[in-house]
Design a protein around this ligand. Structure first.
Ligand SMILES: *Cc1c(COP(=O)(O)O)cnc(C)c1O
Length: 356
């Protein structure tokens, strides 16, 4: 068996140790006589996994009792819709949206359906390669939404925008990659298939005091109801929760979020370091370059196909750019070992030497 270095943007690499443990427990979970995916989501065995996932998240992210930790279906896209349905008490409530790329654009479009969504900054004219200078805040917003890391455009906030209102952040692609002060946030959310595990579940952490679910909010997306029911309003995707619990244990064993942050700096530094000669060009401006997703172009686009083909031959997969941007993209989530980033950097330099 050969596992490539997997630079896929999502679903994406899962740590080898987690995959091996899941394999060992796949047919029969710890003496249960059945697989985790074959047993009740309300039974003691699964509830213990669910509790472990929640308590590990609370520990790793520093989440206090004033916040609910929810495991929901519908991905990060579902969260973008459920957010206004839970934090904006009715359709007239104002919510501000900062748009810095594809995902925050989509969240703003979704918000328009459910509240008085106002785009208070939009970097489209700069090709979503920078962070906004001026943010024209409404002043009376129930929340200010932004994407902490834009997975497609490779733009990451170094510090949260100052908002004067509770922040609501899409952290799908950089959660658990650095510590942050949760108290500035009304809610954060993330699909699991980047830094938390596999597709099928998403995480919402929401300040309980801000929850204003509307009558029409679907019950599976009613944060208050899900909080009261331990995210068990309906059948929770049990296997993705189990994988998440293993990933969280792995992060803790590796040294927690601070260690993930140090590794992310080193890994992304190796790739951005290849951009200096001009043969490769990063999409994002230097001051907001993502540590998780590195979209880049070859100065001579005619070489892109052969660059990607050569990468595949070396066991470096998932490097094609998003269709919205083209070019290449290296996603360097927590599960990407430093040796993988080094292998990519070596290949980039080697390709440049041969074809530059
Ligand atoms: C992947 C991603 C999404 C979409 O996630 P789904 O789970 O497919 O809905 C949204 N936002 C960001 C920042 C992402 O990286």
């Amino acid at each position: 068996m050969a596992r490539d270095y997997n630079f896929s943007p999502g679903p994406s690499a899962v740590p080898d140790a987690v995959m091996a443990q899941a394999r060992d427990e796949f047919m029969e979970y710890r003496g249960e006589g059945a697989s985790i995916m074959e047993i009740s989501h309300r039974g003691g065995v699964f509830l213990e996994i669910l509790d472990r996932a929640e308590s590990l998240l609370r520990e790793l992210l520093g989440v206090g009792d004033d916040y609910a930790v929810l495991f929901l279906s519908g991905g990060a896209t579902g969260c973008a819709a459920s957010l206004p349905l839970n934090l904006a008490g009715d359709r007239e409530v104002v919510a501000d949206y900062i748009v810095t790329g594809l995902w925050s654009r989509r969240a703003a479009d979704e918000g328009t359906k459910y509240c008085d969504a106002r785009v208070v900054a939009d970097t489209k004219e700069q090709g979503y390669s920078v962070l906004p200078g001026d943010i024209d805040l409404s002043g009376d917003a129930a929340f200010v939404h932004y994407a902490d890391n834009e997975t497609v455009h490779g733009v990451e906030f170094d510090a949260p925008p100052s908002a004067g209102a509770p922040l609501a952040a899409d952290m799908s692609s950089n959660i658990l990659s650095r510590s942050f002060d949760l108290s500035a946030y009304g809610a954060i959310y993330a699909g699991a298939q980047k830094n938390l595990g596999i597709a099928g579940i998403s995480l919402v952490v929401a300040r309980k005091a801000l929850l204003r679910p509307r009558p029409e909010t679907p019950m599976i997306w009613n944060y208050a109801k899900q909080a009261a029911d331990r995210s068990l309003v309906n059948t929770i995707p049990t296997f993705p929760v189990y994988i998440m619990s293993l990933v969280l244990e792995w992060v803790r064993e590796q040294g927690g979020v601070e260690e993930m942050a140090r590794r992310a700096e080193r890994k992304s530094g190796m790739i951005y370091g290849c951009m200096e000669s001009g043969f490769y060009r990063a999409h994002a401006a230097p001051e907001c370059r993502s540590r998780m997703n590195v979209p880049f172009f070859l100065a001579d686009d005619r070489l892109t196909a052969s660059f990607l083909e050569g990468a595949r031959e070396r066991g470096l997969r998932g490097l094609a750019g998003h269709k919205a941007l083209g070019g290449c993209r290296a996603s360097l989530y927590n599960a990407m070992p430093e040796a993988g980033a080094q292998a990519l950097a070596d290949y980039m330099r080697d390709f440049e030497k041969r074809r530059g």
